[in-house]
Design a protein around this ligand. Sequence first.
Ligand SMILES: [Fe+2]
Length: 479
Amino acid sequence: MAKMVLVSLASASTSSRVAAAIVVVLGLVLSLVVVCNGGKTSSFVRKVEKSEVMPLDSDVFKVPPGYNAPQQVHITQGDQLGKAVIVSWVTVDEPGSNTVVYWSAKGIKEMAVGEVTTYKFYNYTSGYIHHTIISNLNFDTKYHYVVGIDHTKRQFWFITPPEVGPDVPYTFGLIGDLGQTYDSNATLTHYELNPQKGQAVLFVGDLSYADLHPNHDNVRWDTWGRFTERSVAYQPWIWTAGNHDIDFAPEIGEIEPFKPYTHRYPVPHNASGSTSPLWYSIKRASAYIIVLSSYSAYGKYTPQNRWIEEELPKVNRSETPWLIVLMHSPFYNSYTKHYMEGETMRVMYEPSFVKYKVDVVFTGHVHAYERSHRISNVAYNIVNGNCIPVKDQSAPVYITIGDGGNSEGLATNMTEPRPAYSSFREASFGHATFGIKNQTHAYYGWHRNQDGYPVTADSMWFLNRYYNPDDESTSAQHY
Ligand SMILES: [Fe+2]
């Protein structure tokens, strides 16, 4: 466009040259305005001190009273459609019962019996970890459930999702890298009190940060289970594995990656044909959610790669219009912390994400917040030099939401200048919600912990990539 203006200037009379010059200046000013609107680094500067881990005697870690009382109760989706729930809990005195008693307002009391497991980690022995699947539930129904026996029964409830379908509203919460600090507690409280009312949490990895304690003190997996129970006993959290969930510690003889994580947090990977709990998919309401593992082999011919190559073509957008991918390490991250760690996986998987029009990719790992424009970087082939990400309306929005509040503190250092692909970035703790309204529209909002519960510090109306692949970036708002 600039070239065309210069050509017209050369052939113009003096007066028209002046007019044309004004046009050029105006054009430059306008283009600068466009560039400035293209993205933003928030002016908020947060404290850089590490966040303080809540002490073991904190009320959020309280052990429920009574002999062998179930603790660390948590639920997750138990099948591919949302008609099953996995209920998990821990007893410490003896194995006790594996039974869950459950009922809806209209139904009679039913029972499901599961199994119990334990594991050892260096000098730690776990409690009795129970996993029971409740199946054949009705959609969109509130169920009460009880775990434990005799005097130590504990009762909770959950609501099953609506039947999978193209026009079904549903709101997901988004939390990552939570840990168990005072900031973690603030994040969870903000999520619970957010009037957007998340109905299930998409958790993008790094749960307890037990590995930062001496010998990966697994007591900190237990305290994290008790801390989060107040949410995850009542609504499913969909789990993604992060690097702090690997617990690989050969120096103390612990060489089985993800041992505490996989013993404690089962997922319905078999239902989606996955051979590993570290990658799987579920359908929930109008969303198809694919969970990937940044810390498992993902190259050509690996189990995870074979699975995703078969998985993406299966997604039927007429049934589930919204295609969401979760993993831990971001493809696009403009903070200096963990810079380019997701690059090798991006090279492998980004072409498929664009081809199958993934709506949004949520990641954690970087302890800050960032939302990208719709961009892709798939043209580069080593020799052609096309290595700059370009706007691409078939590409996902990449959102880093690793700002749950763990003890490592915020990632405050950013690469400068801000890359053009980054729409908004800010180093503050918080969480987000993704509210699907229908098959074409979803309202996304990021909530920072310093604000009131209803405030969205960054928001955008998502247009579905399959049904309405227009540029929706002008709807983005942040402050
Ligand atoms: Fe991480």
